[in-house]
Design a protein around this ligand. Structure first.
Ligand code: ROI
Length: 172
């Protein structure tokens, strides 16, 4: 009898080297992580870059993973996948081949130099909140439903041109 699994949410982003393929491949790779099961994946979304504007548009998605990995063991796996995609990251908030962010891990609040959960910028980012709402609409962040955070973003007209592209069917 093993320890119970936890539910983790992962944000995916790419704006280099065929971003749609990068994100699709990464979803398949998440499905193959040890001690883990991919239970949901959002549609793919396109958005203008947050941060420096002199870089390509992004493709983003959010995935839900049931996992027996600890938060740091999961982070190790995510960073190994980023490396496999030969992640390029020349400058802070610059273009990247693949970004995998651990957004949420169960109800954990983690604040260490290596890992912060919930992901510190997620409440202000439509490219995270909209796909997350698609697969986990009842999620609360800091005691407030996603809809409240999304209203903030829309009120500031800062959804960065987010557009849903296509849905991905995950087969069992
Ligand atoms: N902007 C968008 N739209 N999507 C991202 O995934 C993304 N990731 C980043 C920065 C450069 C902050 N901007 C982004 O890391």
């Amino acid at each position: 009898m093993g320890a119970p699994h936890q539910l983790a949410y992962i944000g995916l982003g790419s704006n280099l080297e065929s971003p749609i393929e990068q994100v699709r491949e990464a979803l398949n790779e998440l499905a193959m992580l040890p001690l883990s099961r991919l239970v949901a994946a959002s549609s793919l979304y396109a958005s203008r870059p947050v941060g420096p504007q002199d870089q390509p548009d992004f493709i983003n998605a959010v995935a839900a993973l049931e996992t027996h990995l600890s938060p740091l063991a999961l982070l190790d796996q995510l960073q190994a996948l980023e490396q496999q995609h030969r992640r390029r990251r020349q400058r802070h908030w610059g273009p990247r081949t693949l970004d995998l962010d651990l957004l949420l891990y169960a109800n954990a609040a983690i604040d260490t130099p290596r890992l912060r959960v919930p992901h510190p910028h997620m409440t202000a980012r439509a490219f995270v909140l909209v796909p997350l709402a698609e697969i986990a609409p009842s999620t609360h962040l800091y005691q407030k439903p996603l809809s409240v955070w999304l209203e903030h973003i829309n009120a500031q007209d800062s959804n960065h041109g987010l557009e849903r592209l296509a849905s991905l069917t995950i087969r069992a």
